[in-house]
Each structure stands twice: as C-alpha cells, then as structure tokens.
Design a protein around this ligand. Structure first.
Ligand code: PGA
Length: 246
C-alpha cells in the first residue's frame, strides 16, 4: 500500500520573516521524496505561501477557531486559512490541550470545520508520561481519536502520534515504542473504515532529529513526522525531510 509520506514543520511561537526566506531557499534546492508542509505562526502564512508558490511545499495553520465568524477577538477561522492558501491545519496539539484547555469535543468540532473549509486536518494525539507509566497509552490515544473518527472525512485527515513526554524534551520514543502505537492507531481506525486506515498518513512527532529520523521513518506504520524544534534549523529540517522513505 502506497501511502503519502509527509513531513510537517511546526514552528510554534517561533520564527520570523528571515526564517521564512531561509527555509524556502534551503528547500528550493533540496531533494525530498516526501510532501513538505510548513506551519508558521499565522502572521507569516501569506509570505510563506507567496514564497513557496513555485515549489512543492504546502503551508498550514497551527490551529483554527471552533467558530466560523463573528465577535471572537483573536480567533482565526478555518476558511480564512484556506483563503490565504493553507492546505493543512494542526489540531489537538498537546500544547493546545494542556495550555489552552482544548478537549476532544472541541477538537472534533474544529476538525469538522477545517475539513468543510477544504483543509486537511492533522489530528495530534499522545499520552503523558504518567499515562504511559500507568499502562494507559493505547486507551488514551483511542479516546482522543474516537470523538473525531465518528464523523470525519478520511480523505482530509492525517494523524500525528506525539507522546507528550517526547515533545521538546530531547527524549524520543524508540522506533519500537512508536511503531507499536502507530500500528494500534491504524487498527483502531480500521474499526471505523478499513480502506481509510490502510491509506491514512500517520506521523510521529516528539524530538525528531536528523540522528533518529531515518530509523523512525523506516517503521512500517510511520509515514513521516511532525517536527517542532528541529524545523527551525534549515540544515536539520532538510536532513529530516530527506530521511523519509520514498
Ligand atoms: P519537538 O515538537 O520536535 O520540538 O519535540 C514536536 C511537536 O510539538 O509537534
């Protein structure tokens, strides 16, 4: 089964116009068999979209509102992301869940709005260290998926498994740990839609670096990565992109 290979850069609250320029120049001369998506802070979306127009690089939002329009100061609607050229949006990132109190129902609603706007939703799931140590990893991940999978357009869905304890910590899940959860996610998605499960792009995220990317991406059910810290460095990000099996 040929699945989409995908590497997504999540800049979080980092970067500037210089990084937009540097990253685009670096990627312009790179060879990469994976699809590449960059999710910068929203003010840089338009500049990035313009700069990548002739390249095979897509642009994505890091979040969108649960509302479509109205008196919601500070919010950004999925349709607005789509209008400025985004093809993807990250949803349910653990930082949104933990720091901005986003729950599974809210995230499911955002996934629907994003998909209705024509975006591919990158749904992030993952357990905390405490949950892993209590042996609850698969239960937690399935619970995070179930609300969304009940009513979803599988053609516009990517799932990123990001163990919370591996995000920004320098500690990465072992390839075996990651593969185990990825395989379980695919099996769980198959209980909703078998065909969609076999085609679903499943990304690993959490301290992916040039040194560990290749072995992670070589796992059967890992189709690419969601990259935080290392996506702010052009050399590191390019090395990770070229580590994708192709
Ligand atoms: P990290 O972040 O690569 O810095 O661990 C990944 C993420 O939060 O998506």
């Amino acid at each position: 089964m040929m699945r989409q290979s995908l590497v997504i850069a999540n800049w979080k609250l980092n970067g500037n116009l210089k990084l937009v320029d540097d990253m685009v120049s670096a990627l312009a001369s790179a060879r990469c068999s994976a699809d590449v998506v960059i999710c910068p802070p929203a003010p840089y979306l338009a500049a990035l979209e313009t700069a990548t127009q002739r390249l095979n690089i897509e642009v994505g939002g890091q979040n969108c509102s649960v509302y479509s329009s109205g008196a919601y100061t500070g919010e950004i609607a999925a349709e607005m992301l789509a209008e400025v050229g985004c093809k993807y949006v990250l949803l349910g990132h653990s930082e949104r869940r933990a720091l901005f109190a986003e729950d599974d129902m809210l995230i499911a609603k955002k996934v629907q709005l994003a998909q209705q706007a024509g975006l591919t939703a990158v749904l992030c799931v993952g357990e905390t260290l405490q949950q892993r140590e209590a042996g609850k990893t698969l239960d937690v991940v399935k619970a995070q998926l179930s609300e969304v999978l009940n009513d979803v357009d599988f053609n516009r869905l990517v799932v990123a498994y990001e163990p919370v304890w591996a995000i920004g910590t320098g500690e990465t899940a072992t390839p075996e740990q990651a593969q185990e959860v990825h395989a379980a996610i695919r099996q769980y998605v198959a209980t909703f839609n078998t065909d969609a499960a076999s085609k679903l792009a499943l990304l690993y995220g959490g301290s992916v670096k040039p040194e560990n990317a290749e072995i992670l991406f070589a796992q059967d059910d890992i189709d690419g990565g969601l990259i935080g810290g290392a996506s702010l460095n052009t050399d590191q990000f390019l090395a990770i992109c070229s580590a994708v099996k192709g």
